[in-house]
Design a protein around this ligand. Structure first.
Ligand code: PEP
Length: 258
């Protein structure tokens, strides 16, 4: 059984909140969000704010730490990059891989996503593999094909055990940072396709792999998305930058994954 069977609420701060801002965010957030044992909350700060966040959440072991990206390489002359080993040493437990901004702004490929997943797992961390279609692909009816390709490519270098322990996030590109959210039905349609593909890879164990939805989630729509079939959690960008709203999202009613 996966160790991540509980619903997951993950905050992707992107290139926002430096160390001092992260500290003041956490002051506000922890005052509003009590530890709960029926969900996992993960923060993905900028790499430069990881140490400050680690320090600030020390009294709150219920809050988990991740990084937004790692290198495909283990170490060496790669100016500006951070390795998965460094992320582990800095206290991270999770790594976003293949976020649509990495794919579409920085040209990250499926092969690189696969290599990053390997680095992440090799260093004892959990990859959160992001997949999602563009609006053009959706309008051409290619959503299923696109997300399945990204999923299969992303996990292609992992063994079954690693796949069972990972997290997958469905983030339609047209919904990220646009204010245009997928409906709960849109999300569950794609999550069903992803779950079936994971079952094809790891059988019954696919049930324990959290499938997160991301794309313009906010405190108003979080509960209805979390109630959708096969949606096991949320990956939140913009709305996770406000400690009050993020505390509300983290307090949304959730169902245990069965
Ligand atoms: C994200 O960046 O993962 C994301 C879902 O962003 P937003 O919530 O701002 O759409």
């Amino acid at each position: 059984m996966s160790s991540h069977r509980r619903p997951v609420l993950a905050a992707n701060w992107k290139m926002n909140l430096g160390p001092a801002e992260a500290e003041s965010f956490l002051d506000g957030f922890v005052a509003r969000y009590e530890p709960r044992d029926d969900r996992t909350v993960i923060l993905f700060p900028s790499a430069l704010a990881v140490a400050a966040v680690r320090q600030a959440i020390q009294p709150r072991p219920d809050l988990r730490l991740g990084v937004q990206n790692v290198s495909t390489e283990q170490k060496g002359a790669f100016t500006g990059e951070n390795s998965a080993a460094m992320a582990a040493g800095a206290g991270a437990s999770f790594v976003l891989v293949g976020h649509s901004e990495r794919r579409h702004i920085f040209g990250e490929t499926d092969v690189q996503a696969a290599q990053k997943c390997v680095r992440v797992v090799e260093n004892g961390l959990v990859p959160v593999l992001c997949v999602g279609e563009t609006i053009e692909q959706r309008e051409r009816g290619e959503t299923g094909e696109v997300v399945l390709h990204q999923l299969r490519a992303g996990v292609s270098m992992l063994n079954h055990e690693a796949i069972r322990e990972m997290i997958v996030a469905y983030e339609p590109v047209w919904a990220i940072g646009t204010g245009r959210t997928a409906t709960p039905q849109d999300a569950s349609d794609v999550h069903l396709v992803l779950r079936a593909a994971l079952a094809g890879l790891v059988g019954e164990n696919a049930r324990g792999i959290p499938l997160l939805y991301g794309g313009s989630v906010n405190a108003k729509n979080a509960s209805s998305l979390l109630a959708a079939a096969e949606v096991d959690g949320l990956l939140v960008g913009g709305a996770s930058l406000d400690p009050v709203q993020w505390a509300e999202i983290c307090s949304s009613s959730v169902q245990r994954i069965t």
